[in-house]
Design a protein around this ligand. Structure first.
Ligand code: PEP
Ligand code: MG
Length: 588
């Protein structure tokens, strides 16, 4: 059978070569039956045993993760552990068994359904993907109630395996035997899911939500998972395998060198300095960010603080978290992005009922400007943390000058409150606007006087410019950050920032894309913020690049008619850069 290549955005970078092992993790059975009064105590005990067993399993995976991987993503497993011990879950399930006289599986199912209501029908990508955490907990509990073991992902039948599976929980990913399992492909999930985050932190090449792949791969097929370019090669030719093995060896060598050279600045051949920063979701990612040479935290997505709980984080909780982030990064700055969710469902406000287009609705800064008290707690905490080190505040989804005016008034009020309560803070914390809506890019000239920096969120800027729902796989083929229209908006934003003397960076996924590097360099971005493990690769490319040549390329791309044309030009320039660099390396 011939080779088939499937393109799909990767969840974790790297190249994995192996044979496909197909596994279906079946949903756990949920038997439902009534029990008698005399059976209640036994049923509660059975439920408690399953809870204990689930807790032991998660703890053991967590310990393994700490011991062997030395990675810091254990907080995700901690959140599952917390969920499993959650008062709400335990007490309600027991009440259901006792009051309704139903079996434990049924009671668990009903209780989890109630917990899911906290995430009720949200269309917000971030929350949807957190909702899957509840499903994973449910699956584990049900399996333990049924006396079934965990799916045996260790029984990998080949020395090098690419696991192809309908779905994997973060804990299952963390427990994979790394020597054999070189990468995985799932049919469900998104790139911001915890499963994807764990894969990235473990540096395990992965693709999630690639349903198409599951239709084409057969057990034992040779597969190459190219998590750098977002390609899956099914039944590759011998030449393709040889070429990818070569690339794997080169990547490994480069990685080792770069980790050693992490402290070296990112500067082009002709002397243009670009700041390389890390995007993080949890403060536990900071050691990884530092290890990979992040000069700063370019965007700390604070949504995680609000999730997996039914109440709001207090100012004190925010403060402790931000203070830790700032102290761990010191003296490097931390850019804290304020809450970016369409939180109506999270906080269950009846007045913000589901609307047809949530991406165009009350999300991010719009929501925060409505929910002032909640927002003030976050702002006060950020300002308090500013007394402990370098902080910047980044406001998401700015679309008008009025929003910035309102925010500046709010910030002054928060500062006055802190002064009154004698809390130390830095009154000059730089304020930044995320440019991720075309209207903001087009009036960047007028936004610039109100802030001290811009950060361009190209994930949303692409979504809103091209009218492509970034979570909808049916239109994913149209999602092109290198589309000339997006590049023009970036260009316009950068020019406005330069005229007003403020720095401008990119913090969308394209910052880590090798194909986008030369165009972005040519558009004169001051910095790029990305997932930490991509930093060394981007830095290595920057060292080889020439900013003047990149500027000429950017001009061509901006003038192109289609994304395909622009991407082809960027591809040729990237290949020429690689070839030049290889020639230079061969010359004694
Ligand atoms: C973006 O939109 O590019 C961005 C960085 O923000 P998020 O992905 O969190 O929406
Ligand atoms: Mg965004």
């Amino acid at each position: 059978m011939s080779t088939r290549i499937i393109r799909h955005p990767p969840a974790a970078p790297g190249i994995a070569i192996g044979r496909a092992h197909l596994v279906t993790i079946a949903p756990a059975p949920v038997p439902t039956y009534w029990i008698t009064d005399t059976e209640v105590a036994g049923e509660i005990q059975r439920f408690r045993r399953a809870l204990q067993q689930s807790k032991r399993q998660l703890t053991s995976i967590k310990n393994k993760l700490c011991r062997f991987q030395g990675r810091e993503q254990i907080q995700i497993l901690d959140s599952h552990l917390l969920l499993i011990q959650d008062e709400l879950l335990v007490t309600r399930a027991i009440q259901q068994i006792a009051n309704q006289k139903i079996n434990a599986e049924w009671a668990v199912e009903k209780t989890l359904e109630q917990i899911r209501l906290a995430f009720l029908e949200t269309r917000e990508r971030y929350l949807q993907e957190r909702r899957s955490d509840i499903d994973y907990i449910g699956r584990r509990l049900m399996k333990n109630l049924a006396g079934e073991g965990e799916p045996d992902l260790r029984a990998a039948p080949y020395p090098a395996v690419i696991l192809v599976v309908n779905d994997l929980s973060p804990a299952e990913v963390a427990a994979l035997p790394r020597r054999r399992i070189r990468g995985f492909v799932t049919a469900t999930g998104g790139n911001t899911s915890h499963t994807a985050i764990i894969a990235r932190s473990l540096e395990l090449p992965a693709m999630v939500g690639n349903e198409r792949a599951l239709h084409h791969i057969k057990e034992g097929d040779h597969v190459i998972l190219d998590g750098n370019a977002g390609k899956l090669l099914i039944r590759p030719t011998v030449r393709q395998i040889a070429s990818y093995r070569k690339q794997q060896r080169a990547d490994e060598k480069e990685r080792r060198t770069l980790l050693k050279e992490g402290h070296l600045p990112a500067v082009t051949r002709d002397g243009r300095r670009v700041t390389l920063a890390a995007n993080i979701e949890l403060i536990d990612e900071i050691p990884t960010a530092l290890e990979y040479g992040a000069e700063e935290i370019g965007m700390y997505r604070t949504e995680y603080l609000y999730l997996n709980r039914s109440d709001l984080p207090t100012e004190e909780e925010h403060y402790r978290n931000y203070r830790e982030a700032v102290e761990r990064m010191a003296p490097r700055p931390v850019t804290i992005r304020t809450l970016d969710i369409g939180g109506d469902k999270l906080f269950a406000h009846a007045e913000y009922q589901e609307h047809t287009n949530p991406a165009l609705g009350l999300r991010a800064i719009r929501f925060c400007l409505r929910e002032r008290e909640m927002f003030r707690a976050q702002l006060r905490a950020i300002y308090r943390a500013s007394a402990r080190g370098a902080v910047r505040i980044l406001f998401p989804l700015i679309s008008t000058v009025d929003e910035l005016r309102e925010l500046r008034v709010l910030v002054r009020e928060v500062q006055a409150e802190l002064r009154k309560s004698r809390r130390p803070f830095n009154p000059d914390v730089p304020l930044g606007a995320m440019i991720e809506v075309p209207s903001a890019a087009l009036v960047a000239e007028h936004l610039a006087p109100h802030v001290q920096f811009f950060s361009i969120g190209t994930n949303d800027l692409t979504q809103y410019s091209l009218a492509i729902d970034r979570t909808n796989e049916h239109v994913a083929y149209l999602f092109h950050p290198l589309h000339p229209s997006v590049l023009r908006l970036i260009h316009q934003t950068v020019q406005s920032a330069k005229r007003h003397g403020i720095p401008v960076t990119i913090c969308g996924e394209m910052a880590a894309e090798p194909l986008a590097l030369l165009p972005l360099l040519g558009l004169e971005l001051d910095g790029l913020s990305m997932n930490p493990i991509s930093i060394p690769r981007v830095k290595r490319l920057l060292w080889k690049a020439d900013a003047a040549q990149a500027a000429a390329l950017a001009a061509q791309l901006t003038a192109a008619a289609t994304a395909t044309e622009a991407e082809a030009m960027a591809q040729r320039a990237l290949q020429a850069l690689e070839a030049d660099a290889n020639r230079a390396a061969d010359t004694p």
